[in-house]
Design a protein around this ligand. Structure first.
Ligand SMILES: NC(=O)c1ccc[n+]([C@@H]2O[C@H](COP(=O)([O-])OP(=O)(O)OC[C@H]3O[C@@H](n4cnc5c(N)ncnc54)[C@H](O)[C@@H]3O)[C@@H](O)[C@H]2O)c1
Ligand SMILES: O=c1ccn([C@@H]2O[C@H](COP(=O)(O)OP(=O)(O)O[C@H]3O[C@H](CO)[C@@H](O)[C@H](O)[C@H]3O)[C@@H](O)[C@H]2O)c(=O)[nH]1
Length: 324
């Protein structure tokens, strides 16, 4: 059985659905601070609680035959982490540490971790591969890097095996429209732009137009959540096969500027999207593009969604008929 922390959240819920459909037994732990119980399939047990709750963790590991933890639970707003770093170190670093300690107490040895390209900081080169130096420029990235470092130590000292997946920008929704992205507050570019297209918001602000990029706006690599889900399943398979711990970047290896993303949202929705130019958002690197060669070679990862249009199309389908 797999314990999925944060399995009621955006990426976690897509992994739960994907893994469940492939026959995995799953229990979800989520405090629903940002998650939705509607996002968890009815036949998957959802334990509502906090991963910092040591007694609850012990109860979970005693109650369910947990073989692995797939760990999505965290706070994930880059901008907020600059303004409220304590919140990020507390939850992403210290509470995750409690999960690892509970695993150690109960002899659970496999951990798949939601890391991030934000651990790299300002790119010294693109595409960014896994050997790129990790110098985060925001507390969110720092909190994730801290966990990666703990994992390396636990691997050496306690034989705990991990796969750390450094995602670039997660985007899109279940192609069948059953689940999708629903954050409150929503801060992510694609859902915000689509909500303007739908008339739910008046405009979207472009955070910074003076970056050293062709159109002056930030460049990101947007990866579909179903491709992320597939990578988690492959990562767990790798651990089950007894292979060593590893870190992998997950992205499409394509970069799109904020303006290009908004234009794509206009094309897919067929509606105009009003934009205002604003100042830079603290903590944003100008350009993040993945090299995902290692994940393809070692995990056998085959991302299905190759173009931004395909990704935005699934987000648009969800946004028009969202259930939560
Ligand atoms: N969204 C992205 O583009 C992106 C990119 C890279 C990495 N990540 C990482 O992927 C993971 C999932 O991100 P997401 O976008 O799905 O975020 P999300 O906020 O939708 O999901 C996180 C889930 O964790 C839960 N949670 C948070 N703290 C908890 C706690 N202490 N105890 C129990 N549950 C808790 C929340 O309620 C939520 O359901 C995060 O670790 C994030 O840092 C996300
Ligand atoms: O209203 C908006 C929202 C975003 N942006 C820009 O759009 C880009 C993408 O922003 P967003 O969608 O908020 O994602 P990121 O801040 O890049 O962060 C996401 O992607 C990271 C990896 O790059 C993950 O680690 C984070 O958890 C996840 O939230 C950035 O340049 C933002 O400045 C705007 O210009 N206007």
């Amino acid at each position: 059985m797999i314990l999925v922390t944060g399995g009621a959240g955006y990426i976690g819920s897509h992994y739960v659905l994907y893994a469940m459909e492939r026959g995995e037994q799953i229990v979800v732990l989520d405090n629903l601070v940002y998650g939705h119980k509607e996002a968890v399939p009815k036949n998957v047990p959802l334990v509502i609680g906090d991963m910092a709750d040591i007694a609850l963790l012990d109860h979970l590991f005693q109650t369910y035959p947990i073989e692995a933890v797939v760990h999505f639970a965290a706070y994930a707003y880059v901008g907020e982490s600059v303004l409220q770093p304590a919140k990020y170190y507390q939850n992403n670093a210290l509470a995750t540490f409690q999960v690892l300690e509970a695993m150690r107490r109960h002899g659970v040895r496999y951990f798949v971790f939601s890391s991030t390209c934000a651990t790299y900081g300002l790119p010294q080169y693109v595409p960014i591969d896994e050997n790129h130096p990790q110098n985060p420029i925001n507390p969110y990235g720092e909190s994730k890097l801290f966990v990666e470092r703990v994992l390396h130590s636990y691997d050496r000292a306690y034989n705990m095996r991990f796969v750390s997946l450094r995602y670039f920008n997660a985007a899109g929704a279940d192609p069948q429209g059953r689940i999708g992205e629903s954050h409150d507050p929503e801060t992510h570019l694609i859902p915000l732009a689509l909500q303007v297209a739908l008339g739910k918001r008046e405009h979207i602000t472009v955070y910074g137009t003076d970056y050293d990029t062709p159109d002056g706006t930030c460049i990101r690599d947007y990866i579909h959540i179903l491709d992320l889900a597939q990578a988690h399943a492959l990562a767990l398979e790798r651990l089950r096969r007894g292979l060593p711990s590893a870190c992998y970047n997950l992205g499409t290896e394509q970069g799109y500027s904020v303006r290009e993303v908004i234009r794509t949202c206009e094309t897919i929705s067929g509606r105009p999207i009003k934009t205002l130019d604003g100042p830079r958002r603290a903590g944003d690197p100008p350009r993040l593009i993945a090299s995902s060669t290692k994940a393809k070679q070692e995990l056998g990862w085959h991302p299905q969604f190759q173009t931004l249009e395909e990704i935005v199309q699934t987000a648009w389908n969800w946004e028009q008929a969202r259930r939560y």
